[in-house]
Design a protein around this ligand. Structure first.
Ligand SMILES: [Zn+2]
Length: 408
């Protein structure tokens, strides 16, 4: 039997509240089993609430803990079954450092997650004396805990899509609480059925509180929200409006380039191509962000392709509308004015604007955008890149949820 002072010392090193080390044993040269005792004797009956310390049965089992310098540590834990003196219910006591039915301490779980997110499953397993499948089980169990936590209140919801895996054509839907700036769900498909199923799992009390939903320009979302969220205003996300305008602008640039290649006169052809070349990014940029070289590019482009120059100005004009501090009524007037002159250049975008005009104008009342969703998307891309081993949606979603929960 080790001396009391040594046990006292290990108790200090182990450092778990209300826990005393009763014994220890080296089972291999780098693995130590530490038998611990719970000092708080009382536990509350889950049925009637009375506290009791009447032991019904001892239940010893092994729990892995964080390594202690070079040693892997296994705690030998007694989770007693108690019998309530009031209602005679038999129940397992709560232990602060390990969840029921888990074989690792809470602090080990936190350490492993951090390491998995920073490196990978294999290296986290190696550092903590675990097998890869033990680490994977740990991640799955923590994810299950997170998925059980549903939001209680959402006022502003954003729905957007992200491409799932590298090279994949599948889209996942990401739902974001626009006020807390956190993703609340990542759904495998972005179709109406899957989103409706998730929304109804939140319950009508939560759904009725939602005041605004910001969406990309996808009609099925709009009708879904109108059906399921009776008190929510649909807001069309301004960045998605701009994205469509930029696409039309870029298509036109490509057209001009294809036409220029076919010009018979060599001098004319080369002049036009010189004006068009490297114009893609200056055209898509906002005018305040252009550097001198890019400004010169836009200038020379306007000479060889005046219509493209005109489209650039129109694109900037509609961005100015979104940027200006005006009411939705004033905005309506400005959009009408814009579409009148822009229709011949941006027919698709003009049709979209007219189909979504109410939802676009709603932006001017609330100024809600999915700007943060864009940021979340960028971060998800980063996680995807780091987690090169991810091959299916579940492990992808697990990474993202754990990352948001434990690393932000
Ligand atoms: Zn009881």
């Amino acid at each position: 039997m080790p001396s009391n002072s040594l046990l006292h010392f290990i108790t200090k090193v182990i450092n778990i509240e209300d826990i005393k080390v009763a014994n220890y044993d080296f089972i291999t040269e780098d693995e130590i089993v530490v038998e611990i005792q719970n000092q708080s004797k009382f536990s509350q009956c889950p049925r009637c609430g009375k506290t009791t310390n009447k032991t019904h049965q001892n239940h010893w089992y092994m729990v892995r803990d964080i390594p202690m310098s070079d040693y892997q540590v296994i705690l030998k834990v007694n989770r007693r079954q108690l019998k309530c003196t009031e209602c005679h219910q038999v129940f397992s006591e709560e232990l602060s450092f390990v969840k029921t039915r888990r074989t690792y301490t809470k602090r080990l779980a936190m350490k492993v997650i951090k390491e998995v997110l920073e490196t990978n499953v294999e290296s986290a397993a190696r550092r903590n004396g675990m097998t890869v499948s033990e680490v994977e089980t740990l991640l799955k169990e923590l994810e299950a805990d997170l998925l059980k936590e549903k939001p209680h209140q959402i006022k502003k919801l954003g729905i957007d899509e992200i491409t799932q895996l590298k090279g994949g054509k599948n889209y996942a839907a990401v739902l974001v609480d626009l006020e807390t700036r956190r993703p609340i769900a990542l759904l495998e498909k972005r179709n109406k059925v899957v989103i409706a199923e998730y929304l109804s799992s939140l319950g009508s009390e939560v759904l009725n509180q939602i005041e605004e939903v910001s969406i990309d320009l996808w009609m099925p979302y709009k009708s879904l929200i109108q059906e399921m969220l009776p008190n929510a205003q649909v807001v069309a996300d301004r960045f998605h409006v701009m994205k469509q305008i930029n696409q039309e602008l870029d298509e036109r640039r490509k057209q001009e380039k294809r036409a220029a290649v076919k010009i018979k006169s060599r001098q004319e052809r080369e002049e036009k191509l010189a004006g068009l070349t490297h114009s893609k990014y200056p055209l898509l940029k906002k005018k305040e962000s252009l550097n001198d070289q890019e400004k010169a590019k836009i200038h020379s482009l306007q000479k060889v392709a005046p219509e493209l120059g005109e489209m650039y100005r129109k694109k900037e004009a509609i961005r100015d509308i979104f940027e200006s501090q005006i009411t939705s009524d004033e905005a309506l007037y400005k959009f009408l004015e814009w579409t009148e002159t822009a229709y011949k250049f941006f027919p698709k975008s003009c049709r979209t604007i007219s189909r979504w005009i109410d939802e676009i104008l709603a932006y001017f009342d609330h100024r809600t955008t999915q700007g943060i969703v864009e940021g979340i998307n960028q971060k998800i891309k980063l996680i995807k890149r780091r987690a090169y081993g991810l091959t299916n949606f579940n492990s992808f979603r697990r990474r993202i949820l754990l990352n948001w929960h434990f690393c932000c």
